[in-house]
Write a protein that binds this ligand. Structure first.
Ligand SMILES: N[C@@H](CCC(=O)N[C@@H](CS)C(=O)NCC(=O)O)C(=O)O
Length: 242
């Protein structure tokens, strides 16, 4: 059982759990490109009822058996618009494919190097968010303290300082929206929720303004108002921080 969005005649099929997780920057990129997509959300029914962990595993196992992905994983993207069917797993590969197709991969080789570097830096930081969020029970406070004392200063200050040094503070690369902005937006938005006050006008003003500006882009704002938008959970509902 899964929740199906859009039309199965759409050339693009995108599948993930019914959480933000690794999918959210991809969903935002598709919204900003104004692309209609057939989306499959596992772990919920069509009417939105959340499945338990056993049902979740079963959802994915059953669905996976219907696919021929070379490296089965979630998220995956299938594009049937061209002569050759394109099937992609690995969220960063999906983001780069969409960014190349829809003009979010910079203008020059310099831009692309910056984008790649920022994307990997963001993924390192994301792994630390996930490590804390999925530490269960009595160990969570220590994991959270490690996250807030070490990961946040290292990575979030890195992004703040990078942005502060740029002529165009609304974008991480060049003077238009790029892949880097989608992934960094999502993680800064999560950081604000996990650690209130960590990204504010007082604490990290450039990131604070960047997050606000990104969320006011017309197509992004419209997506956030739509029924398809997932505000929470960020992580699996059973995580310590969801
Ligand atoms: N490096 C992979 C990690 C993918 C991953 O760990 N996916 C999780 C959800 S966040 C999953 O449930 N995968 C299904 C599986 O491992 O079979 C990516 O960035 O796409």
């Amino acid at each position: 059982m899964a929740q199906l969005l859009g039309n199965d005649q759409n050339a693009l099929t995108f599948c993930y759990w019914a959480i933000r997780g690794l999918a959210q920057p991809i969903r935002f990129m598709l919204a900003e490109a104004n692309i209609q997509v057939h989306e499959i959300r596992l772990g919920v029914d069509q009417d939105g009822r959340t499945h338990n962990e056993v049902e979740e595993d079963q959802d994915w196992a059953t669905h996976k058996a219907t696919l021929q992905l070379p490296f089965p994983n979630l998220p995956y993207l299938i594009d049937t618009s061209g002569a050759q069917k394109i099937q992609i797993t690995q969220s960063n590969a999906i983001l780069r494919y969409l960014a190349r197709n829809y003009g979010f991969y910079g203008e020059t080789e310099y831009d692309r190097v910056q984008i790649d570097m920022l994307q990997e830096e963001a993924y390192d930081y994301r792994n630390k968010i996930v490590q804390a969020a999925y530490t269960l029970g009595d160990s969570y406070p220590d994991a959270f303290a490690d996250f807030s004392n070490n990961a946040v200063p290292r990575h979030v200050d890195g992004f703040e300082n990078f942005l502060a040094s740029r002529p165009d503070k609304a974008h991480f690369v060049g003077d238009k929206l790029s892949l880097a902005d989608f992934v960094i937006y999502e993680l800064m938005w999560q950081t604000r929720l996990m650690l209130p006050g960590s990204i504010s006008e007082l604490s990290r003003p450039h990131l604070n303004a960047f997050v606000d500006q990104f969320s006011r882009r017309p197509l992004i704002a419209a997506y956030m108002q739509s029924q398809d938008y997932i505000e929470r959970p960020i992580n699996s509902p059973w995580a310590s921080f969801a």
